[in-house]
Design a protein around this ligand. Sequence first.
Ligand code: TYM
Length: 329
Amino acid sequence: MKRIFSGMQPTGNLHLGNYLGALKNWVKLQDDYECFYCVVDLHAITLPQDPEALRRASREVACAYIASGIDTNKSSLIVQSMMPAHTELAWILGSKVPLGWLNRMTQFKDKAGKDAGKQLLGLYSYPVLMAADILAYKATHVPVGEDQKQHVELTRDIAIAFNNTYGEIFPIPEPLIMGEATRVMSLRDGKKKMSKSDESDYSRINMTDDADTIMLKIRKAKTDPEPLPETAKELESRPEADNLITIYASLADTTVAEVLKSHAGEQFSTFKKDLADLAISKLIPITNRMRELMADPAEIDAILKKGADKANALTQKTLREVKDRVGFL
Ligand code: TYM
């Protein structure tokens, strides 16, 4: 049985990086795997947060999943805090994880900056909770963007160590890093990842942006004075150009090489118009559908309840097995 677990944090707006790096791929995987797609609200409280905003964002992320094409008859939509096994398993796994493994996590180092001593324990132990998310489902595959690869690798190490100590219990999950846009970069700086936490809203396209905003953000996106080259090799020293062409390829479901074949020699002023039209045609129907879904929170909550029932049955079974192996009464 091939099983998928993946999730997104309900912090701020989802953006084009979340969509192209993860969500778009999740939709494709639904026919071949048993899928659990999670709103990871427990992860979202590891940074300062507002309760009302969290409640709204959790529903909004669920709506984004459905609006993007997650079919709730095929895949389970779940909210992390509704399944107690995630946190219980996280404690058990965390009791076995050497600090050295966590000290290697680049995401913690990036988020904590120089002031690691002032950060919350939850931000530090966050990757253990992520491992528990995945292992509670005995997931075999984890579709994520490039930035989460290290966390999935840590999950593999944790699973291997646990199996070695207590006997085979967890499958070793594989990261699935798919498509052209595995790391979408900021529209203002091609060397920085597109992220929810960037101060400049012009650095990203949010999944709630309207058509005019998308058009404006792409028009203002940083580029260089050269036209589009003929080969991808020539993009290596042009991160902003590379990023826009990669976004185009991913939105159009094609490759960078194909985009260059049809657009080589074009000025970016022209290409950006095409890119904006393409982005609008792909994203605005999703945005509109999200808005419709958000108007009926009771319906969303019912879908999440159904997902939680299925997920609780599965994860409690895993947890029981783990507890037996560890020696709990
Ligand atoms: P999060 O919420 O930061 O991001 C959700 C997904 O979007 C991908 N992503 C990107 N892909 C390409 N380019 C970008 N600029 C970009 N920004 C984000 C992420 O790689 C991710 O796939 N720790 C995770 C959430 C999580 C999780 C899990 C994921 C918690 N438990 C278990 C998988 C399995 C996170 O913070 O993702």
